[in-house]
Design a protein. Structure first.
Length: 170
């Protein structure tokens, strides 16, 4: 954590552990807790296929991802996934079904953010018309069983893939 070399309160140099979630200044006693950020992902299903996005930006440039993103302050998971689907795809959907969660590391701008990604499933009766924003190069409908871990942008998604594939056999 190179960015955490000085205390946010007193500004003096401080040595913080690289993997610590609690930073404590030895000079003034200030404590900063680095808690996990919440994120959401949408598993949009239609006739055995899932909507995958090819990322247009780092991290994971060119790799597959699911629609979703960070939960804003004072926002619940259900509102966050609806907002993300609107922002990323121009899509309005009803309530999704919570599936599971998976921890992730999101490397951006030289900082590694620890997240907990919550996955929601949406069963679509018809293929929706979507409008991609600048975060995605393309979209594709693929059955989870045709997706490999090497195709995926994030550790949490690679960990979630077997669970998504298992849902195909239910």
């Amino acid at each position: 954590m190179d960015w955490a070399r000085h205390c946010a309160r007193c500004g003096l140099a401080a040595a913080f552990g690289a993997e610590s979630r609690r930073l404590s200044c030895p000079h003034c006693g200030f404590e900063l807790f680095l808690n996990v950020a919440s994120a959401v992902s949408a598993v949009l299903r239609h006739q055995g296929q899932v909507l995958w996005l090819r990322r247009a930006k780092a991290p994971g440039l060119g790799l597959l991802d699911l629609p979703g993103g960070f939960v804003d302050p004072d926002e619940d998971l259900e509102v966050a996934i609806a907002r993300e689907l609107q922002e990323e795809l121009g899509l309005k959907v009803g309530a999704g079904r919570y599936l599971f969660s998976a921890p992730n590391r999101y490397d951006y701008g030289g900082v590694t953010y620890r997240t907990l990604d919550a996955y929601f499933e949406f069963e679509l009766a018809a293929l929706p018309a979507v409008t991609l924003n600048d975060e995605a190069q393309a979209l594709m409908w693929l059955p989870p069983l045709e997706v490999t871990p090497a195709m995926l942008a994030f550790d949490s998604l690679r960990a979630a893939l077997p669970r998504l594939q298992a849902l195909e056999n239910v």
